[in-house]
Design a protein around this ligand. Structure first.
Ligand SMILES: Cc1ncc(COP(=O)(O)O)c(C=O)c1O
Length: 429
């Protein structure tokens, strides 16, 4: 047991007696955080800071997996939730809040003419695919990126245990920025694709004409284009990647940024397609839960009122520029690089002759976590990250990047690591 993470590790050992994987979210589990050098449980968070079960605090660049766009415990969101709590959480009838949030989404997201809510992002993506299948009368789906835990999608990944082969056969992957890879699928199965769903941007900028080409190809082949903007929505621009790049999909899925971390997601899109939701079964007991909707009104109103995405972009630019400079200055460019959009950027490691990318990432996490930074290799910026937070991150990189270089150059990773390295994870992007 490590001294620094004593309570976290004790909680993990206790959790594993009742909770497979020790937690509910794969990306918050021991598969991502190296055992012995990591915190596993949080007690509270405020703004850009998170406190772990051992009382250490961190500047958090994971940001609850991009879901707290405004920062933790945002005062406007918390006040709205507290006020709603006085009136109740869930009722035998829907509330006006559903209408208010739907109206806000139609104002903010270019493709949103009609709106239905879910709780998790996976609800939204599964709903979008079902309504696309109903609208087109077709079964096949082309995917690119990560779209959640449900059968229709996860069957196309290496983590497909428990998904029937018949379902897996209906979902095929195509490559980002490669229209030919999609065209091949259309040629192999003419008239069979209901939908093409993708993250409109994750690690890589769309090549000129790529998103427009997707819109044209789906139109030509009678499939619907679905942008999964569960991360990019309310982040790349208020109206997401579709606003930033000027391409309107038929359907859009939204999630993480809607309610600043309260559980709410949405399928939005073309009125004629979405109207089918009157017949397609998409229904949740908790779908109209009022605290999350009140949080969404506060979060979306703040997004419209204040320079949230501009500030995230500026902060992220400083992080990207500073990280690139330090990769260069500390001579780690052979195995480290940055990519992505400033408000959701990636620090990626690659294999070297002496060390695997997983060993390098493990050492990176060991050293940054010991210095009060949480980061899984992405910089998930929020409105609450300050210039001082960025300066501290850069200071930590100035200390940690030379350690990575030494460990790699000496081929002596085992002497540097105080824990077993992370195991290779299944890749979805
Ligand atoms: C692009 C994208 N789509 C879908 C999902 C699934 O959302 P959830 O985990 O809330 O079900 C995620 C989650 O990370 C995501 O990033």
């Amino acid at each position: 047991m490590s001294e620094r993470y004593r309570r976290s590790e004790a909680l993990l050992a206790r959790a594993e007696k009742t909770i497979p994987l020790g937690t509910q979210t794969f990306s918050k589990s021991k598969t991502q955080f190296p055992l012995g050098v990591s915190p596993f449980y949080a007690t509270r968070a405020k703004g850009s800071r998170l406190w772990d079960a051992d009382g250490h605090d961190y500047i958090d660049f994971i940001n609850s997996l991009c879901s707290v766009t405004l920062g933790y415990n945002d005062p406007d969101v918390t006040a709205a939730v507290a006020a709603q709590l006085e009136n109740g959480v869930i009722f035998s009838l829907p509330t006006e809040l559903e209408i208010e949030v739907a109206e806000l989404l139609t104002q903010i997201v270019p493709s949103a003419e009609r709106v239905r809510f879910g709780k998790n992002g996976s609800d939204a993506t599964a709903g979008a695919i079902r309504v696309a299948r109903a609208f087109t009368g077709r079964d096949r789906v082309a995917v690119c990126g990560y779209h959640g835990w449900q059968d229709w999608y996860i069957g196309s990944t290496a983590r497909n245990r428990g998904v029937p082969q018949a379902t897996r056969d209906l979902t095929q992957r195509f490559d980002y920025n490669n229209l030919e890879s999609l065209d091949r699928l259309f040629r192999e199965h003419p008239g069979e694709f209901a939908a093409v769903i993708l993250e409109p941007m994750n690690t890589t900028d769309p090549a000129p004409g790529f998103l427009e080409g997707l819109a044209e190809a789906t139109r030509k082949h009678g499939a619907l284009l679905v942008f999964d903007e569960i991360i990019t929505g309310f982040r790349l621009a208020n109206g997401g990647a579709q606003e930033l790049f000027g391409v309107k999909p038929d359907l859009t899925t939204l999630g993480k940024g809607i309610a600043n971390g309260y559980p709410l997601s949405a399928v939005v899109g073309r009125a004629d397609v979405m109207q089918l939701m009157e017949e397609v079964f998409f229904s949740f007991t908790m779908g109209g839960e009022a605290l999350s909707l009140a949080a969404a009104v506060a979060a979306l109103t703040k997004l419209k009122r204040e320079p949230v995405v501009e500030t995230m972009h500026r902060t992220g630019d400083k992080i990207l520029k500073g990280t690139r400079e330090r990769i260069e200055r500390h001579g780690i460019g052979k195995f480290a690089r940055t990519t992505g959009h400033p408000s959701w950027s990636f620090l990626l490691f690659s294999d070297t002759p002496a060390c695997s990318q997983w060993e390098i990432k493990t050492l990176f996490m060991q050293e940054i976590q010991a210095r009060g930074i949480l980061c899984l290799g992405t910089h998930n910026v929020s409105y609450a990250h300050s210039d001082a937070d960025v300066a501290r991150l850069m200071q930590v990189y100035d200390e940690v990047f030379p350690i990575l270089r030494e460990a790699v150059e000496e081929g002596a990773m085992k002497q540097y690591l105080r824990c077993p390295p992370l195991q290779p994870l299944f890749r979805v992007r």
